[in-house]
Design a protein around this ligand. Structure first.
Ligand code: HAM
Length: 419
């Protein structure tokens, strides 16, 4: 059997690397200009970091989606299923609460969830994540949304749209959950199995169901936004006020529900039509109380993550396809045995300035030029006995076929002038 990557994981092939570079460059530019600094945390943490944060009714827990294991020292460890918990663990551990607030931290890398695999849903996937820690004001929530919109725009996306809502304060949430339980309890038989389970653990998540039978039962029922207390409602209005003033487009989603339990008040997602059922490119919200739960000071926070694979899918739909600009400037072809050492020496020297590749054994000119062509190089440089005598290379511009002898010492200038 041919070796295969584990189900739900994938390789990022060399041809796909320009897209990665493109996205990460856009992210780094936007987020660093907004004062965010990059934080890299380990891919695994003590399991309690996630146990304390994601919440008992999160899918990650309910559907046993975490890759947890015991190491040889008997430590319970978990491959990170999201960034937030680990980032906040690092924030606490390194005493970042003493830094001027807000503290903005961004991260990028792989995450692991034992999910049912489908388009846009993988077992190893990648996120770009931003946390803004230390501000209780709605201004921080609005900035988070603005940066999410802006990062995706900078990457080349145009058709993404933000859905903004609020899951309320804990008491609002409890009131809505009680309402939903009461409304749906008499009809529980008609609910899908997943929704029946959710109705017990976290009734709000029934709203997220994609099953028609569930949605039919929800028609006419109130939405979480109808249960917001005064504080949460005013907070949402304030977030809207900033976004309107800045011209950041969004729509209000009265039934926004997030898959993680730690959210309070503001919750948002960014969606893109045309990438399948998993249309959320990203999501986030406010998580006041979480840092304290993880053992840190009582600081509020708000943040988001976008799924890199889904963003790539969306970029492809919009026809954004960055290519690798970095082709070789020169491909050197040794025409005889002594030329092998000569061209390798030349290549090493020229690589101080430009990309240079070469054949690894003597070639005849025809085969050598073909090899040069395949490399994507702009120029081929041939070196054999007669070139050695004259201290030159025959340099051929591969697109036009123009050819000239160029002295070794002139080679770099020749290439740079004709770039
Ligand atoms: P999340 O909604 O679980 O939030 O994930 C954010 C994004 O990651 C999703 O919208 C999706 O694009 C991508 N994603 C999630 N699971 C998968 C998967 N199995 N395969 C491919 N892509 C996936 C969080 O992770 C929160 N920690 C975000 C946050 C940061 N909230 C506050 N700060």
């Amino acid at each position: 059997m041919k070796p295969q990557a584990v189900k739900g994981t994938h390789d990022v092939l060399p041809d796909e690397q320009p897209l990665w570079r493109h996205l990460l460059a856009a992210v780094e530019l936007e987020l660093s200009r907004a004062g965010a600094r990059r934080l890299t945390t380990p891919v695994f943490e003590y399991s309690e970091v996630f146990d304390k944060s994601v919440g008992d009714s999160a899918d990650l827990v309910v559907q046993k989606e975490m890759y947890s294991f015991e190491d040889r020292g008997g430590r319970q460890l978990t491959l990170r299923p999201e960034f937030t918990a680990g980032v906040l663990r690092a924030f606490i551990e390194h005493g970042m609460h003493t830094l001027p607030r807000p503290v903005k931290l961004w991260s990028a890398g792989p995450l692991f969830r034992a999910e049912n695999v489908q388009r846009g849903r993988y077992r190893q996937f990648h996120q770009i994540n931003l946390e803004i820690v230390g501000l209780p004001q709605a201004l921080a929530d609005a900035e988070a949304v603005q940066l999410l919109y802006r990062v995706l725009h900078r990457s080349g996306l145009r058709r993404h749209h933000v859905r903004l809502g609020s899951v309320g304060d804990p008491q609002d949430r409890a009131a809505y959950n009680a309402y939903l339980r009461e409304q749906l309890a008499p009809k529980v038989e008609a609910l899908s199995e997943t929704s029946r389970r959710r109705l017990e653990l976290n009734p709000m998540r029934v709203l997220d169901s994609k099953a028609d039978q569930d949605q039919a039962l929800l028609v006419g029922l109130k939405r979480p936004i109808d249960f917001l207390g005064e504080g949460a409602r005013a907070h949402l209005d304030e977030v809207r006020g900033y976004l309107d003033a800045w011209g950041v487009p969004y729509e209000i989603d009265p039934a926004i529900v997030r898959g993680l339990d730690y959210y309070r008040r503001t919750a948002f997602e960014v969606h893109f039509e045309g990438i399948g059922a998993q249309s959320a490119l990203g999501g986030g919200g406010r998580y006041d109380g979480l840092i304290e739960r993880l053992g840190g000071p009582p600081l509020p926070g708000v943040g988001w993550a976008v799924g890199i694979e889904r963003v790539f899918d969306a970029l492809a739909q919009e026809g954004v396809a960055p290519v690798d600009e970095d082709r070789p400037a020169l491909f050197l072809v040794p025409l005889d045995e002594p030329a092998v050492l000569e061209v390798t020496r030349l290549a090493i020297a020229l690589r101080d300035h430009v990309r240079v590749e070469h054949s690894y054994q003597p070639r005849n000119p025809g085969k050598g030029l073909k090899e040069a062509d395949r490399s994507g190089a702009a120029f081929a440089g041939l070196r054999g006995g007669s070139e050695r005598e004259q201290g030159v290379l025959q340099v051929k511009h591969l697109a036009s076929g123009e050819q000239a002898p160029v002295a070794e010492g002139e080679l770099l200038r020749y290439l740079l002038e004709r770039r």
